[in-house]
Design a protein around this ligand. Structure first.
Ligand SMILES: Cc1cc2nc3c(=O)[nH]c(=O)nc-3n(C[C@H](O)[C@H](O)[C@H](O)COP(=O)(O)OP(=O)(O)OC[C@H]3O[C@@H](n4cnc5c(N)ncnc54)[C@H](O)[C@@H]3O)c2cc1C
Length: 469
């Protein structure tokens, strides 16, 4: 997987997941103090602010530019978990790994937890977060009840689905830090049981696979639904259900590899914590690009370091030294194709057939999701209630023959548009500007930009996500 550094990342402060011993009020007071200091830093910033956080899951380069680094690493505390109300109040830069560990002892988890444990709740809200519970609870932003945004000028506002900042509430998802930073978030939780029973069902043709996926999403007994495509004639539907007890639990956090188990087993049991982390240990299947499927390397690295944070650091080091150029020297042209795209379920078989013919990356991750809120989210609009399928594929394509720059990525952008789908912006995008704004609501975005960043201290969405400024 080719990748690139975007925001500056620095070493983490001490783990800060759980609320301090003083309780909720003390945690909120400490948050207020951190917030006041942040506001002060923003007001004194002499250059456009740029987020400095522990780690990034963004996969696109940015052109270096003068900026005032705004250190937000301290904003990673869980302030309050209320299992009765079904909510967790948390700071915006809290990684999901810490957030899950703070909520599980209360018998709850955030309703949607992205697979990579270093993804922060604010990053998933400002980007697009998805998981195998998204067929029921929507994308991450649908699970957010309210959030505080600090603007580039140091103003703090609370965005809710109603009231003065409602337009910001709906326009923030997919704005990627171009409207301000979410520093405090109130999110929905769901009750959990100790374990998850998994059923893996293999299909040979796309029609029956997607029909079964739709049926699993309609089944009230399903808690988690996702699919993995290993070949044209090998698709696996994985359905998870919470259970109180399990005859055994499998461990994919060290020597055994989760995605391989899907091909070998029809039934499996994981603890709920391990289920939530199942893709993190091997970065889905991308750790193999770093040799991490070699048993000796796994043992040398050790259980604690087998995770997406480690791989992200290795890839950044790899990129810093431009080691990927070795393929250029061997006469290959390389294009990084790291994308998550959504299409309506009805068009998923057509997209998959086209994908096999034109792109050919395997495996592919499928995750069903539904938009829930009738208002809709202007920068990531999908019709409420309709089942969609996310396709995730993350791999460089290397070839010897000449093709125009970004050929594969542009093909994907065009196909998604043709099928009425939508593309996440965490990675490379190559849309011409007018085409970009046909997919993401320009009028709403410009209104929000005028209101929340009137001096244009933060980059615009197109500049940031496509021009990489
Ligand atoms: C290989 C790969 C796989 C992925 N897989 C998944 C997946 O399975 N499920 C999933 O849900 N997502 C996935 N993502 C997408 C990921 O959720 C988004 O990229 C998300 O924005 C990353 O959040 P982060 O905390 O790592 O933020 P960063 O990567 O640090 O930042 C992402 C962007 O959001 C902005 N940002 C960060 N924090 C805030 C904040 N608090 N307020 C406002 N803006 C902010 C930053 O300025 C930046 O532009 C994947 C990404 C990659 C690269």
């Amino acid at each position: 997987m080719a990748t690139a550094e975007v925001e500056r990342t620095v070493e983490p402060p001490a783990r800060a997941g759980a609320a301090p011993a003083g309780g909720v009020e003390a945690a909120r007071a400490a948050h207020a103090a951190r917030r006041a200091a942040l506001v002060e830093r923003l007001r004194n910033a002499t250059a456009p602010p740029r987020l400095e956080k522990e780690v990034s899951n963004l996969f696109r380069d940015r052109v270096p530019a003068p900026a005032t680094r705004i250190d937000t690493r301290e904003f990673r505390h869980v302030l309050a978990v209320d299992p009765v109300a079904g909510t967790v109040e948390v700071e915006g830069m809290c990684p999901y790994g810490d957030l899950v560990d703070a909520t599980l002892p209360h018998g709850v988890m955030p309703a949607v937890v992205p697979e990579l444990m270093g993804i922060t709740i604010g990053g998933a809200l400002a980007g697009i977060g998805i998981e195998s519970s998204s067929f029921r609870h929507g994308l991450v932003h649908e699970t957010i009840l309210e959030f505080d945004v600090v603007t580039a000028d140091g103003e703090v506002v609370t965005a809710r689905p109603e009231g003065e900042h409602a337009e910001l509430f709906f326009g923030f998802p997919n704005s990627y830090g171009t409207l301000g930073y979410a520093i405090r978030i109130l999110a929905k939780t769901i009750p959990v049981k100790p374990c998850v029973r998994l059923e893996h069902r293999t299909f040979r043709d796309a029609e029956s696979y997607y029909a079964a996926l739709a049926a699993a999403c309609d089944d009230p007994a399903s808690d988690f639904v996702e699919g993995e495509i290993f070949a044209r004639d090998r698709m696996v539907l994985s359905i998870g259900r919470f259970v109180d007890a399990a005859p055994y639990t499998s461990d994919y956090t060290f020597e055994k590899i989760y995605y391989k188990s899907i091909l070998e087993r029809e039934e499996d049991y994981l603890t709920t914590r391990d289920y939530i982390r199942r893709w993190d240990t091997d970065w889905f299947w991308c750790s193999k690009n770093l040799g991490m499927e070699i048993p000796l390397l796994r043992r040398l690295l050790g259980r604690e370091r087998l995770n997406s944070l480690t791989y992200t650091r290795i890839m950044r080091w790899f990129n810093r030294w431009r080691l990927g150029r070795i393929y250029d020297l061997l006469g290959y042209r390389s294009e990084s194709v790291i994308q998550d795209v959504g299409v309506p379920l009805a068009r998923a078989p057509a997209f998959l057939a086209w994908f096999h013919d034109t792109i050919g990356i395997l495996p592919v991750w499928n995750c069903p999701f539904r938009a829930l809120h009738p208002h809709g989210f202007p920068l990531f609009r999908t019709p409420p209630g309709e089942l969609w399928v996310n396709f995730g594929f993350w791999q460089p394509i290397r070839r010897r023959e000449a093709k125009p720059d970004h050929w594969y990525n542009r093909q994907i952008e065009r196909k998604i548009a043709e099928l009425g789908g939508v593309k996440s912006l965490y990675s490379d995008s190559f849309y011409p500007e007018d085409e970009f704004w046909r997919h993401y609501d320009r009028a709403v975005y410009e209104r929000l930009k005028r209101r929340y960043d009137p001096c244009g201290r933060l980059r615009g969405l197109y500049e940031k996500c496509v021009l990489k400024r």
